[in-house]
Design a protein around this ligand. Sequence first.
Ligand code: PMP
Length: 429
Amino acid sequence: MTHETLDTAAGHLPAEALEAIERAATAAHRHETLFSERAANIKQSAVRDVFDISLRPGLVSLAGGSPYLQSLPLDRLGQTAAAIIAEEGLTALQYGGGQGTEELRTQICEVMAAEGILDADPANVVITAGSQSAQDVATKVFCNPGDVILVEDPTYVGALNTFEAYQVQVEPVPMDGDGIVPELLEAKIATLQAEGKAIKFLYTIPSFNNPSGITLSAERRQRTVDICREANILILEDNPYGLLRFDGEPLTPLRAGNPDDVIYMGSFSKIFAPGLRIGWALVPAHLQRRYYLAAEAVTLCPPTLNQMLVSAYLRDYDWRDQIVTYRGLYKERCDAMLAALAEFMPEGLSWTNPEGGFFIWVTLPEGVDSYPLLRTAIDAGVIFIPGAAFSPSDEPSNKLRLAFSAVPPESIREGVRRLAPVLREAIAA
Ligand code: PMP
């Protein structure tokens, strides 16, 4: 690229800026050949894509599944954070152990006990930078390029991005209203193993799947583990929403009675604060060392100050009451969305009725691709995430994800009211 062409294109830019652009372009060209094959598979998630748009004033965002932090005791948390630094700053601001602090790992075992995992040993807990990083470590430890990971169809877009970055073959397993269908899981495993594929794990979000809101029924839980154990496939259980069940007791995680076959991942992102980036993996004892070493190689240690703040929160605050508050709050929002969908949506659509979590999954008539509708929806003042984002294939999808977690009930109603004519028109076209 020459100065002349830049001058024509950029007109008034000062000479230093032009030089910087030219340098960057030349370096980009030189370095293009250095990228790993893996880097070609790293994509921006569709959720991050719409994140900036979601900040536009006046727009109702039913896209991002952010938790509603306004109900946290922020002033008191500020005092706690300040006290940790003032009184224990030399520890809080220092490197810590690679596995995370013993205090927090012990407390995490109590959090898991609230869901029915009663035998967790703090020695087998590895604290990670959010459960996103726990997924990454699991993939790094178990998967070679070309290996297979089974996922629910649909599944969490962030996990798809992680898996694809490791060049694995991601194979979706169909779900019905009760989660993964065991017979279809068996059939999929048989076909892939007959082809000589190495299936490393089944990644599942059994409670309130992101994006569909579907929950794996109690009856199917042990069957799913048994099928995988029989085929020598690990289970990667991702359970950030499990405690956010609207009514009744949480369903027992797959890990509960199966300590040797399930890597369980939890997170404080939905029950406390995602910005602290504190999640964890509970790893079978015989896999713990490899897993822990891989985690340590990425971050040296999880953030010490944040771990201490989470520990103080679990020790000195009534975190169980806060979860009860969250459950009531999200139930109210989910109900508001279900009521608005029933009131405004045209004939021919259906949607899930989640028992907890953050999301509702809407199905449009066959053949209607939800992706191009996002543009029209933005013009109408509302955003959602098109269904194709949650599938490993690039096929068009007639589904879309609506999040009710971050928006108050009146705005949810308004957002659904704005979306309805966009969908009506698409169906009529
Ligand atoms: N798993 C699922 C199913 C999620 O929905 C999310 C966050 N949206 C994550 C993992 C990542 O959570 P964390 O903030 O703990 O990394």
